[in-house]
Design a binder for this molecule. Structure first.
Ligand code: UDP
Length: 261
């Protein structure tokens, strides 16, 4: 497969065309941003870990019948994905209240929700991804009623599966963000899961100690982000015991190659 021109560059990923019009390449960068781009940094090795973790979760979701954009991982930083038209909504799923909801509604941090809560935010950096109601999605035609109903069913299955998967390795799935897209070049306008699922897009707490194993380490200046993401990958069985070194080595190797070009 030939890598073509850059189609889009986001905060943490780049999308490249391929010689197949249905497929694109998703490249995971090391860049980290928070608070609507006000805090920025580069964390060497983050993209490599997110590529592997997202591949693991999305391929497991495929196996339980959740259609998604992943075709296959190509290398340490890239995966082939199906081209979709992203629905401009971030679907936030919460099992435990923390982060923005605690400030917005005055809820105590760590409150366990009696049922998963789905929130919708409009994907618009200039507006700071504002929280919206389902009615706004319909009023402005961001998605149809049928699409939202389908997405909600998928979200609850994804949440159930991921809670179990993480619980099995001693991690609590606190909340996460999902994105969905419409398959391009498909008459049925099928909606599938897209983007990534990784410690960048989830809150993951150690089941016993509540230690944060996700992007809050960056947001809250807790440090040790790479060891935390590596811990998640190891517990999921993606990396083996000595692999801490190999993630860093491969990252260094690829940066040497880049410099040589
Ligand atoms: N999230 C994300 N991208 C966003 C906003 C949120 O991946 O642009 C994830 C975030 O990592 C967390 C969940 O969605 O797992 C809920 O985020 P919250 O609204 O609490 O965000 P905060 O403003 O606290 O970062």
């Amino acid at each position: 497969m030939k890598k073509g021109k850059k189609l889009y560059e986001g905060k943490a990923k780049i999308i490249y065309a391929t010689d197949d019009k249905n497929l694109v390449i998703q490249y995971f960068k090391d860049d980290a941003t928070a608070f609507n781009n006000q805090k920025k940094s580069t964390i060497e090795g983050k993209g490599v870990l997110n590529n592997r973790i997202s591949e693991h979760i999305l391929s497991n979701l495929s196996q339980i019948g959740i259609k998604n954009h992943l075709v296959k991982r190509l290398n340490m930083r890239e995966q082939v994905i199906k081209l979709v038209e992203i629905i401009p909504i971030e679907f936030i799923v919460r099992n435990v209240a923390t982060g923005s909801i605690t400030k917005r509604l005055g809820i105590e941090d760590g409150t366990v929700l009696k049922e998963p809560l789905i929130e919708y935010c409009l994907k618009d950096d200039k507006l700071g991804d504002p929280l919206i109601a389902e009615e706004h999605i319909l009023a402005f035609d961001w998605a149809s009623k049928k699409e939202i109903e389908k997405v909600k069913k998928m979200i609850l299955r994804i949440n159930d599966f991921m809670i179990g998967m993480f619980r099995g390795v001693g991690i609590k799935l606190i909340d996460f963000k999902l994105e969905f897209g419409r398959l391009k070049f498909n008459d049925k306008d099928e909606v599938i899961l897209a983007d990534e699922i990784s410690p960048d897009t989830c809150r993951l707490w150690d089941s016993i100690t509540d230690k944060k194993l996700d992007k809050d380490r960056f947001r809250k200046n807790l440090g040790d982000l790479i060891p935390a993401y590596t811990e998640v990958a190891k517990r999921l069985g993606i990396l083996h015991e000595q692999s801490n070194v190999s993630v860093v080595n491969v990252t260094k190797l690829s940066s040497v190659k880049r410099k040589r070009k």
